[in-house]
Design a protein around this ligand. Sequence first.
Ligand SMILES: *[C@@H]1O[C@H](CO)[C@@H](O)[C@H](O)[C@H]1NC(C)=O
Length: 336
Amino acid sequence: MAPSHSTSKRKTVLPLHIDTASFLNPPAPQGTSFTVGNVLGRRCTAKRPVTFLILLLLMSVGWNVLQYRFDWRQQQQHYGVYDPLPAAPLPHHRHAIIVTGHAIYTGARTNTSAIYDESNWILESYQHGQLGTFIEHIQKGIDILISDPLALLVFSGGQTRPSAGPISEGASYWQVAQILIQQSDQRHHLRNRMIVEDYARDSYENILFSLCRFAEMTNEYPSHLTIIGFDFKRPRFEQLHIPSIRYPLDQFDYIGIDPTNDDDNEAAKRGELANSFTPFSTDLYACRGSLRQKKLDRNPYRRRSPYRSTCPALTPLLDYCPYTNKIFTGPLPWAS
Ligand SMILES: *[C@@H]1O[C@H](CO)[C@@H](O)[C@H](O)[C@H]1NC(C)=O
């Protein structure tokens, strides 16, 4: 709906009908059009002032664009200069493993059975029975982290639930991960390679924000990306989210793990199609309508990410919201 609406709107913005043929072949002066003069061998008629005004308009627009770009560069160069950040602590890592958060764990910090107890999680009504799957997602992330010493494990998800208090999905998943590795003799090494992204409000942000979070910690964007989540969300990641940020598909893996109950899975697939895949397919950057509203609803603590300042290369993409649902074509720090 939105694109066709915008084009019809755009058509009415400039109701100017410029007869280009008459510019190329000016008609012979008639009684009604007075002759101003003869410039560069061409006859200037009353239509010339229109050309002049259009030229003036274009020059003014051009000047404004130049000034805007200049301002923007200045801001980018000076932003946060007096707000010191330490050097990136994990500069040699190249592989980002992202576990997407779906709920918030609020239980004990060391009790293994507590993570399997639903009363310790803030769940949506449709998420009952899914705990085991959330924990499998986290465990899978840990398994890949163990197998790849160049990987970092990112738990991503914001402070999305008022009843959880200001605890992010990402931080609570990290807490669950600490419980899962507490018996491992590698736990200190593993813990050092687990980081938290605590601003994402949807799957698109899980990816984009985690790429920035990875760069905050390593000073580089990852050359390989593994995302762990529900298998019923796989089409959305592979067909919409990854293409919309133009991350190379051959450097990307999606690991999907679904709950085991088939009836629930059928319902989940239908919900995914109606509430997520379809809206995202007409609003890739989740900046309008129901997807925008979801982001408002999932932000009870009114947080906004710092990624425009910590990952300035991503600022144009973070602020991108096209009327036409066109894929972002500007420069990106990953080549594709
Ligand atoms: C651990 O968690 C379980 C489940 O929530 C609970 O029944 C048990 O009392 C807890 N144990 C301790 C030592 O807190």
